[in-house]
Ligand binder design. Sequence first.
Ligand SMILES: Cc1cc2nc3c(=O)[nH]c(=O)nc-3n(C[C@H](O)[C@H](O)[C@H](O)COP(=O)(O)O)c2cc1C
Length: 358
Amino acid sequence: MTPAIASAILPLLRRMDPERAHDLALRALRLGLAGRSRAPDDPALAMTVLGRTFSNPIGLAAGFDKGATAAGGLMRLGFGFVETGTVTPRPQPGNPRPRLFRLEQDNAIINRMGFNNAGLEAYVRQLMTLSARPVPLGANVGINKDGADPERDYPALIAAVAPHADYAVINISSPNTPGLRDLQGERQLRAILAAVAQVPNRPPVLVKVAPDLSDDGLAAVVETCVTHGVQGLIVGNTTISRPPGLQSPHAHEAGGLSGAPLFALSNILLARAFLLARGRLTLVGAGGVASGADALIKIRAGASLVQLYSAFAYQGPALLPRMKAELAAALKEAGFAGVRDAVGTLARELGARQLSGL
Ligand SMILES: Cc1cc2nc3c(=O)[nH]c(=O)nc-3n(C[C@H](O)[C@H](O)[C@H](O)COP(=O)(O)O)c2cc1C
């Protein structure tokens, strides 16, 4: 099946219960039925960060393949990288259903999945079955709802995934595990990162933050990450806010909102993080990306790499060649030789204007 055919089946999946449709899509990917991308990426899209070369900067965000069961298929669709997880130390069922809602009128999703996953042992077993990693693979780790000890669990998770992943992500920003987002506080984060820093042979570590962080909260996260040798930030996770103007009947469901309504909010946080980090962290931008033009805005706001979930869930694999062509064209039109030249240009302009009081 080609990516175009796989995308053509999406309208059928969209009529199903969203979680069932998602499970079917994962199964198709696992069987290699979703197609594969063979076209080489435009060299202007290449990025070298986190000790790896990415042939394009557009990656799959965490949560789509929590158990890494379809990672082999996903890595061949044309993404520049694929992040699997969130995985927790022990299996857990997550929240009661329904817990996944399409906000079609808003090009958005609300989820309160609650880290439903088969646990670390099964996850690592899946990663071990991958014969190769055609693109960089990220492992996103989190803690169980019950019986968690973050200072014990995060280092253990990172040690277990280290041999199988090109980077690891400390998820302290999902809104559906009670207390998780409090770990973004300076004291708690410092303790976790100090413990993670003891893990031998760890891959580059990134911290994934919530788009709802305050300015001071973000500044503290940036400094704590730099101090403890964290290599990057993912900005960010879903929001618990509900931006005005949402049309969908599901807009008031509890959980994290993702997709188009998250774009502006996450871009502001990203640009702030870029100015605060002053080149000391690699930033990955996520939130509402659905086109090459959106990806370029994220890159100009400070992202070296970009991730998407909601737009991919709505549009399927045919989105990828389209986005990559659009991004290459948008870079050219804006006068950038490649992604690298565009990173942070908008954040720098905005920062300079603010400093001069305009
Ligand atoms: C159904 C669903 C499940 C998600 N699960 C996770 C998760 O397990 N871990 C995580 O770090 N982020 C998770 N996310 C957040 C995404 O990785 C991403 O940060 C967010 O959706 C914003 O990107 P988007 O607007 O392109 O969807 C999830 C998002 C959705 C919609």
